[in-house]
Design a protein around this ligand. Structure first.
Ligand SMILES: Nc1nc2c(c(=O)[nH]1)N(C=O)[C@@H](CNc1ccc(C(=O)N[C@@H](CCC(=O)O)C(=O)O)cc1)CN2
Ligand SMILES: Nc1ncnc2c1ncn2[C@@H]1O[C@H](COP(=O)(O)OP(=O)(O)OP(=O)(O)O)[C@@H](O)[C@H]1O
Length: 201
C-alpha cells in the first residue's frame, strides 16, 4: 500500500504536477513571444526602474525567459544577482553576476553562477526580487517546486519588493498556503503587472 501524504501536502503536490505538465507543453515560439512582452512590462515599471539591486531567477526552457531582463538590468547599471543553490538541499544564496557568460549548467537543470566569477550579495540588500513559481494566487501566495528554496531565502530579504513571474494560466484565485510561505507583492504575466491584495503599494 502506498504511504499517504498529509492532505495539504498532497493537494500541493497534485496541483504542482498538473501545472508543470501544462507549462512543459508550451511551444517555444509562444515562450519567446510572451517572455518578450513580460520584459516590456517590467522595463516600463517604476519599481524596476528605481531598483538598484535586482535578483533575477535563471529561467529553464519552460519558464518565462529572464535572459533579456538580466541583459537589460546590466546595461542599465543595476547590480544583478541570481540564485546559487548550496550543496545543502533547500538553501541558496544570491550571487552577483556581470555577464551571462558568468553562468554554467547546474543542478536540477538550472543554470548556476560560476563560483570564481561571482560574489555573494546579502539578501537584505536586494531592492527587487523576480521570483519563479509553479503557481501564484491573486493574494500573492506562491507554489514553488517544493523544496522551500525561495521561502527560506526571501524571509531574509525584508527590504525587497517581491515580483512573482509566471504565465497567465498559472495565476489562480487561491492556493493552499503554509505559515512559512512568503507572499508576493506583485505578479508579472504576459498581460502585465498585477498588484496583490495586501501587497506593497
Ligand atoms: N529557474 C528556477 N530556478 C530556481 C527555482 C525555480 O523554480 N526555477 N527554484 C524554486 O524554488 C529553486 C530550485 N528548486 C527546485 C526544486 C526541485 C526541483 C526538482 O525536483 N526538479 C525536477 C527533478 C530534476 C532532477 O532531479 O534533475 C523535477 O521537476 O522533477 C527543481 C527545482 C531555486 N532556483
Ligand atoms: N522558512 C522555512 N523554514 C523551514 N522550513 C521551510 C521553510 N520554508 C519551507 N520549508 C520546508 O520546505 C519544504 C518545501 O516547502 P514548500 O512546499 O512551501 O516549497 P515551495 O515554496 O513549493 O518550494 P520553492 O521555494 O523551492 O519553490 C516543506 O517541507 C517546508 O516545510
Amino acid at each position: 500500500m502506498q504511504r499517504k501524504m498529509p492532505d495539504f501536502k498532497q493537494t500541493k503536490a497534485q496541483l504542482r504536477q498538473e501545472l508543470l505538465k501544462v507549462r512543459r507543453s508550451l511551444e517555444s515560439k509562444d515562450i519567446e513571444r510572451y517572455s518578450q512582452l513580460m520584459g516590456r512590462h517590467l522595463f516600463s515599471w517604476l519599481d524596476y526602474q528605481q531598483a538598484n539591486r535586482v535578483m533575477i531567477y535563471l529561467s529553464t526552457p519552460d519558464e518565462p525567459g529572464t535572459d533579456d531582463m538580466i541583459r537589460h538590468a546590466l546595461q542599465h547599471g543595476k547590480t544583478v544577482c541570481v540564485p546559487m543553490m548550496r550543496a545543502e538541499y533547500g538553501l541558496m544564496d544570491s550571487a552577483i553576476i556581470h555577464d551571462l557568460a558568468d553562468l554554467q549548467p547546474g543542478r536540477l537543470g538550472i543554470r548556476s553562477p560560476k563560483p570564481e566569477r561571482t560574489t555573494i550579495l546579502a539578501p537584505a540588500k536586494i531592492d527587487l526580487a523576480i521570483i519563479p513559481g509553479v503557481a501564484f494566487d491573486i493574494a500573492g501566495g506562491r507554489l514553488g517546486m517544493g523544496a522551500g528554496y525561495y521561502d527560506r531565502f526571501l524571509s531574509l530579504a525584508g527590504q525587497a519588493v517581491f515580483l512573482g513571474m509566471a504565465w497567465r494560466f498559472q495565476i489562480k484565485p487561491t492556493l493552499p498556503q503554509d505559515t512559512h510561505d512568503v507572499k508576493m507583492h506583485y505578479l508579472l504575466t504576459e498581460d502585465g503587472i498585477l498588484t496583490c491584495r495586501g501587497g506593497k503599494m
